[in-house]
Every structure is written in C-alpha cells, then in structure tokens.
Design a protein around this ligand. Sequence first.
Ligand SMILES: C[S@@+](CC[C@H](N)C(=O)[O-])C[C@H]1O[C@@H](n2cnc3c(N)ncnc32)[C@H](O)[C@@H]1O
Length: 231
Amino acid sequence: MKDDLEFDMEMAREYDKGIRRALPTYDALFRMVQSFLRANVEDSANVLVIGAGGGNEIVTFGTANPTWTFSGVDPSEAMLEVALQKAKNEGIEERVSIHIGTIEEIEFNETFDAATCLLVLHFVETIEEKLSLLKTVRERLKPGSPFVLVSMFGDQSHPEFDERMNLWKSIWLDLTDLTQEDVEAMEESVRELSFIPASQIEELLQQAGFERVTQFFSTTLFGGWIAHSKK
Ligand SMILES: C[S@@+](CC[C@H](N)C(=O)[O-])C[C@H]1O[C@@H](n2cnc3c(N)ncnc32)[C@H](O)[C@@H]1O
C-alpha cells in the first residue's frame, strides 16, 4: 500500500505540474471559484467536491477557509489517498471526509451548502450519464446553493474548436520540451474525450435543476460555469 501511495504521490505531483500546462490558468481558476463560493455561503459551509482526486480543491479551499468542511467524492481510491495525505500534511484532515465512488453511488445523510465539479465532466461519456451526475449533485445540495462546473467543452466539428486546439498545442510546445509529434499524439487522445458544446452544458445544468447558469471562465479547451440549485 505504501509503495502504491508513493507511486500515486509521484503521479499526483506529475498531475499538479501537468495540469498547469494543460490549463495555464488553473490557479487563477481556483481563486475565482473560491471567491464565488465565499460570496455565496455562510461561514461554516459543508462543501461537496466531485472528482476530488489529488485533493487540490480540498487543500486550497480548506487551508484558506478554516470553518469549511469537505466531502470529497471520486471513483479513484488511489487519488483519494493522495487527497487525504495532502489534507493531513496541511493539518486539515479533521474537516475532510472522502468517499470512493461516483456521486450517484454515495449515500449522504446530510445536504450540502456548496459543490464543485472541476475537470470531471469530459470523462463522463454519455449525455445521459452527465445529466445523471448533475441531477444527483442538485439533489445533494440545499436549495439556492452555489455550484461550479468546469469541463473541457466544444463542438469538435466547428472550426473554432480547431483554433482553440491549436492554441492548446502551442502552449504545450512553448512550456515543455515536447515535439510537434508529441502534441499531435496528445491531440488525438484528447479528442477521444467527451466534448459537448457550451450551450449543451448550460441546457444540462438547467435540466438538472440549476438556475442563474453563467459561463465565467474559458481557457483554450476548458470552460467554467457558475450556477445555483433551484429554490
Ligand atoms: C483531471 S482530475 C481533476 C481533479 C481535480 N478536480 C482538479 O481540478 O484538479 C479528474 C478526476 O475526476 C475523477 N472522476 C472521473 N469520473 C468521475 C465521476 N463519474 N465522478 C467523480 N469523479 C470522477 C477522476 O478519478 C479524477 O480524479
């Protein structure tokens, strides 16, 4: 287990470096998400973190907001171990509970004051599964609670998508030693992910029971939306 954990900590360190190349505004995104949550919750908020693997939401928001508690959900046990280890390193583990599985699989005996789902939805393959995830988030929230969704998005058949993809590849080429061939291969695997257009993400959020759905963020292939669970 320990060896696995070390391997996973290494993976997590790689993730922390890699995500800032894949998404150069990752840290700015987290600052904006925190400001939105702070503006919309009371002092002692319980926050549901969907796709908590690696622990960045829990640690970033947990250290800066000492009265918040967190429930992190993720199907990857290994990545949740990393999240818990990071929480322990920061001395905030008493305010953190972790739950292995998808949000639909986990029963909670409480409802939440806020939720985030950052960089997860493009891994959820079908529209039905995306809607089910969002509906379940809605059910787990108190009415009127803030929710932040960040995902890769776009219509792959649209020329605008190609322009955003080209910029995404240019950033990798600028920031790393990767070759043109490397980034072409990355493009191929990224295109396998489940992209849907911004308008469809907004429709799904509305269908799931969210209102005041507003896009607040866009960087290359990634978009972010703020919303509130319907009252
Ligand atoms: C790219 S990481 C994002 C981690 C973190 N939210 C962040 O912003 O850095 C995606 C995470 O989503 C998790 N994941 C994939 N499918 C999921 C699902 N259906 N429900 C919850 N988490 C899921 C993966 O296990 C992984 O830990």
